[in-house]
Design a protein around this ligand. Structure first.
Ligand SMILES: [Zn+2]
Length: 316
């Protein structure tokens, strides 16, 4: 692997498309971010190509794409995105035709897991579980130093395990999926409820009495400012997160669990209760090595860096 080798990674999210060009050691050499026209699939494909071209140089050898949805292994075909209007589109073919470089595509949380494994919280380990907590919950599994994709590339859709039958309706069509009770959805829902029930609370004051204006970041802000109601909401969601992680650790036995995504900005308000619930819920906690549950380390570019790293590792 020569040091001059460079790859591009693109993270196609519901609101923005982020591209980076990295060196073989993972250093970001160039970056571009464009808004995603998520309701128009053709325009989204064109945006992906535009983002790639913005950071493209003659030294680039391959392109990796991470997309929020089910991405078929081998073909790089995006078959379904629970929260977006994308169906059956070949990200790889489109990029290849436009730019002429070898391209891979994978799920956005799979590439984020790869970034944490190669450069972040899982560096030097062989087994990592990545839990991306944003509006929903996505996952990525590295087992024995390899990304675990399952038979079709659809593995690690951890947010859609039903943990509360008859619970809130999920974007996937089921009720009571884990991502409905342990992600941004849950924080927002509980924050709105608190604003209605406690008109004197900090959350109610900051949303100026309009519960519909409560967002996850607003709840986190209130928690940081010392509001016990907001801290209680994050602790409750953190506990549900920790219980779910316990089930996944029972199945996967990772060395480390990295928690990323937008809601991870709540930091220890979320992670501390998650760790406590995890120890209570994992099988035989006293008879197994501790599994650290840590914040992911690579920040908002994790997906794009991971996609570029995966292209580097698999295509060069
Ligand atoms: Zn679901």
């Amino acid at each position: 692997m020569s040091e001059g080798l460079q790859t591009i990674g693109i993270d196609v999210g519901g609101t923005k498309t982020a591209a980076v060009r990295i060196s073989a050691s993972g250093a970001v050499l160039a970056r571009e971010t464009l808004p995603t026209p998520a309701d128009d699939m053709q325009a989204t494909l064109e945006t992906t190509v535009r983002a790639a071209r913005a950071v493209l140089t003659p030294g680039v050898r391959a392109i990796g794409i991470g997309a929020a949805g089910l991405v078929e292994a081998g073909t790089g075909r995006l078959t379904f995105a629970p929260n977006l209007a994308w169906r059956n589109v070949s990200l790889v073919e489109h990029m290849w035709e436009a730019v002429g470089l070898p391209t891979i595509a994978d799920n956005d949380n799979n590439v984020a897991a790869w970034a944490e494994f190669r450069l972040g919280a899982g560096r030097g380990r062989s087994h990592l579980l990545f839990v991306g907590v944003g509006t929903g919950i996505g996952g990525g599994i590295v087992a024995d130093g390899k990304l675990f994709r399952g038979a079709h590339g659809f593995a690690a859709e951890i947010g859609h395990i039903v943990v509360e039958p008859g619970g809130p309706l999920c974007g996937c069509g089921n009720h009571g999926c884990w991502e409905q009770v342990a992600s941004g959805h849950a924080v927002t829902r509980a924050g709105r409820e608190a604003a209605r029930q406690h008109p004197q609370s900090m959350i109610a004051r900051r949303c100026e009495g309009d519960p519909a204006r409560v967002t996850g970041p607003l709840v986190t802000e209130c928690a940081r400012a010392g509001d016990p109601v907001a801290r209680g909401i994050l602790a409750q969601v953190g506990r549900r997160l920790g219980e779910g992680i316990a089930g996944l650790v029972n199945v996967l036995d990772p060395e480390v669990v990295a928690v990323g995504g937008g809601v991870a900005a709540a930091g220890e308000f979320l992670l501390e209760p998650a760790r406590a619930a995890f120890v209570g819920a994992v099988e035989a906690a006293a008879h197994r090595p501790a599994v650290p549950i840590v914040a992911a380390t690579l920040g908002t570019e994790t997906g794009a860096i991971g996609a570029a790293m995966l292209a580097l590792d698999e295509l060069t």
